[in-house]
Design a binder for this molecule. Structure first.
Ligand code: MG
Length: 247
């Protein structure tokens, strides 16, 4: 499964090899079991603002910055972009709804996987469309001694956000690696789109309610059922990249 995907990836991109030195993790729905809260908060805040917005739509917009999501709804519903004031107001409402949902838990198997990768001396970065100021504190509480402040890309760092390749291109630059020296772990269609556009091998973990075909259609190199499967297959993946990698 992995060897074929790696071969195809190298050929399609015309890369010299595939030798991962950095693993780039999305946060919501990958490291944190927070997407159900984000989706609920989006539906509630949009409804309160007079817009129809479904749970599925929330998952389809995942990965995008909040302001970009609001803008998309305005263009669809009103035929114009949202003003700065409207974006701020609805995003504030969404954040309040999100906070009222309670605390998100760590995704099962995420810590075990991160510890395994760290022990192998491979770099770990977080690339998220989220923009809570307390993001790093939260991650450090759930994943002690794994992340560094200068190895995170958040909503504060980017101009475009996912599905644009910018966040993952920034992550490559921060890790100081080439696209064939990294792997992305994503759960969202727009996240997969972003990382594929950045030319990075992408493993999608389908931790939400969407049809896994959507992740395949966005170009994911491998689609797995969730973090448990990723953790269990990590050794096989590594084995595949060591035996497939051209030098
Ligand atoms: Mg996500």
């Amino acid at each position: 499964m992995f060897s074929t995907a790696i071969e195809k990836f190298i050929q399609a991109n015309n890369y010299p090899s595939f030798k991962p030195k950095a693993i780039l993790f999305d946060m919501d729905g990958v490291l944190m079991d927070s997407m159900k809260f984000h989706a609920k908060a989006w539906v509630e805040s949009m409804e309160e603002s007079g817009f129809e917005f479904s749970i599925t739509e929330a998952y389809m917009n995942e990965g995008s910055t909040g302001h970009a999501t609001i803008n998309r709804v305005f263009i669809r519903e009103k035929g114009r972009e949202a003003t700065e004031e409207e974006k701020k107001r609805i995003y504030k409402l969404k954040s309040e709804c999100f906070d009222a949902c309670g605390k998100a838990e760590r995704m099962p198997y995420a810590l075990e996987l991160l510890q395994k990768i760290k022990a192998e001396g491979i770099e770990i970065l977080v690339v998220t469309g989220s923009g809570q100021p307390s993001l790093l504190d939260g991650l450090n509480n759930h994943f002690p001694a794994i992340f560094q402040k200068d190895k995170m890309i958040t909503a504060f760092d980017v101009k475009h956000g996912k599905p644009h390749p910018e966040p993952y291109l920034m992550a490559l630059a921060k890790a100081n690696v080439q696209p064939w020296e990294a792997v992305v772990i994503e759960n969202a269609p727009m996240g997969v789109e972003s990382s594929i556009a950045a030319g990075i091998f992408t493993i999608a973990v389908n931790t939400g309610p969407l049809d896994p075909k959507i992740l395949e259609e966005k170009g994911a190199n491998v689609v797995l059922s969730g973090m448990k499967e990723l953790y269990e297959k990590w050794d096989a993946f590594q084995q595949a990249w060591h035996t497939t990698a051209h030098s």
